[in-house]
Design a protein around this ligand. Structure first.
Ligand code: NAG
Ligand code: NAG
Length: 247
């Protein structure tokens, strides 16, 4: 306990004592209002529109501190993602299609927020968003597959793609949806928990996820509910197979 308390106290001190952003900490991204200057020898690397991070050895980014102007309206509270991009599918609708599942968090601060993509039904960031735009998913042969075509249309699928590059606190992996299959690790359900594992990484909790700025979903390689990075929430995510998603 002493160790935990002193770590927290030190972290608090560090964050008020300096405007320099530490390695692996956030230095930019949509809606980000914090410090943007990385330590000497580190550069601010854009990982996605919501998150830039100080990485040791990275070339300093050009002087822009914010991510490029988004083509979508951000929802700071993480409610409904608003799509203005071109969807690769119309989406399967609000009734669960045979063989598919909703996948959602069941605890605050993302209670009944569901996996979906931004832009909707298109390759892009995996996030937890509103029930009205919930994605329909299943796990097939270790792939997390999202159905993005409408019933009766030729089937269109997206695959959750796990980045091999560690991000946020050097203990998280970004997840995007892509038209090609994932090559890094394996998804499965453990009970109703969505889990991910890969040979060579011994995760203390295979069901641990982070939901961070912009509602983006990350695999948490570290401990659940311990040393949660600023801007992120610990969540487990679970399938739900009622006919419709709900709030
Ligand atoms: C998977 O994610 C990584 C990291 O975000 C990215 O570099 C790669 O292009 C993605 N692969 C596909 C097929 O989208
Ligand atoms: C990130 O974590 C990996 C695995 O634990 C480790 O090998 C690597 O040195 C870490 N990188 C930094 C910069 O801390």
């Amino acid at each position: 306990m002493m160790h935990l308390l002193s770590t927290v106290a030190l972290a608090a001190l560090a964050s008020t004592a300096s405007a320099v952003v530490g390695d692996w900490q956030q230095c930019g991204g949509m809606n980000y209002a914090g410090d943007t200057q990385c330590a000497t020898g580190s550069g601010c690397v854009v990982l996605n529109e919501f998150y830039s991070q100080c990485q040791p050895g990275a070339a300093p980014a050009p002087s822009t501190t914010a991510a490029p102007a988004p083509t979508t309206s951000a929802s700071p509270t993480g409610g409904t993602p608003i799509t203005t991009g071109t969807p690769s599918g119309t989406g399967p609708g609000k009734t669960l299609q045979s063989g598919y599942l909703w996948i959602r968090a069941v605890a605050a601060p993302n209670f009944h927020k569901y996996i979906q993509t931004k832009p909707l039904y298109s390759p892009g960031t995996a996030l937890l968003g509103d029930y009205t735009t919930a994605g329909q998913l299943q796990v097939v042969s270790g792939q997390l597959v999202q159905l993005v075509s409408a019933p009766g249309e030729p089937e269109k699928l997206l695959y959750a793609n796990v980045s091999e590059e560690r991000t946020i606190n050097n203990a998280s992996l970004a997840v995007t949806f892509s038209t090609t299959k994932n090559t890094y690790g394996t998804f499965k359900f453990g009970g109703d928990d969505l889990q991910w594992s890969v040979a060579g990484i011994n995760r203390p909790n295979p069901s641990a996820w982070y939901v961070c700025t912009g509602q983006a979903l990350y695999i948490n390689l570290g401990n659940y509910m311990y040393q949660t990075p600023s801007g992120c929430a610990d969540q487990t995510i679970h399938y739900y197979n009622d006919k419709t998603a709900n709030a």
